[in-house]
Design a binder for this molecule. Structure first.
Ligand SMILES: CC(C)(COP(=O)(O)OP(=O)(O)OC[C@H]1O[C@@H](n2cnc3c(N)ncnc32)[C@H](O)[C@@H]1OP(=O)(O)O)[C@@H](O)C(=O)NCCC(=O)NCCS
Length: 196
């Protein structure tokens, strides 16, 4: 995706993230929740997608917890003004490439069964439905659709170019850290101007 960059989230991004959360999710995460993810959760990786020309403005973001060889996607969102431009797909690819490059072999997520757009995106990158988590969403008591993606089934179609994989491995490694420093996210930035 020419012209876009992916980097790790910093504390400075949180107000924009929360604004997007409020636009796209019925029960948005709070700023405190994101702060805690960055400061206290050593298993968490949060990636931000921006235009290369404007790296301070968040267009999309996604989070992943690394639990042994499993990756648990916590949230994925694209600013409504930028949806439908393949940014969600690009971000998911980056998250998955990071996962494969960092010892994760299986990635899972929960999605509302009515969220056809997200389900279509996840299926198109290879996620498969694997049952329901009853009453998972506290706001509506909706069940969650559980989806899984397995590295061994990722296949050629979804193979990320070597250059991108290396950039993700080297650049986003800082994303998994117990106490992120203010500058760490910037250092961990991944320029994907000519990738994917
Ligand atoms: C779901 C979301 C992340 C998708 O990101 P996006 O940038 O809008 O999607 P993309 O442009 O990358 O499209 C990727 C795929 O998603 C699916 N998709 C996108 N828009 C769609 C629509 N209006 N209807 C059905 N499927 C759609 C398609 O499979 C599409 O692939 P294709 O264009 O090759 O057919 C984004 O719409 C979003 O942030 N939604 C609100 C928050 C949310 O629901 N997050 C997921 C929580 S589990």
């Amino acid at each position: 995706m020419a012209g876009y960059e992916i980097r790790t989230m910093t504390q400075e991004d949180i107000p924009q993230i929360v604004a997007i959360e409020r636009l796209v999710f019925p029960t948005p995460w709070s700023a405190a929740a994101f702060r805690s993810e960055l400061e206290d959760n050593g298993m968490a990786l949060y990636l931000i997608l921006t235009a290369a020309a404007d790296p301070a403005t968040v267009l999309a973001y996604g989070g992943l917890w690394k639990i042994f060889d499993e990756g648990h996607i916590t949230n994925v969102a694209v600013h409504p003004a930028h949806q439908g431009k393949k940014l969600g797909r690009f971000l998911i690819h980056a998250m998955i490439a990071w996962a494969w490059a960092n010892g994760i072999s299986h990635v899972t997520l929960e999605v509302r069964p009515g969220n056809q757009r997200a389900i279509a995106l996840y299926k198109s990158v290879g996620f498969q439905e694997a049952g329901l988590r009853p009453g998972y969403y506290e706001d509506t008591r909706e069940d969650a659709l559980i989806m899984w993606l397995h590295k061994e089934k990722w296949g050629k179609r979804y193979k990320v170019k070597d250059g991108l994989r290396t950039k993700l491995k080297n650049g986003a490694r800082d994303g998994l850290r117990t106490k992120p420093r203010r500058e760490a996210g910037r250092r961990g930035g991944i320029s994907l101007g000519s990738g994917d």
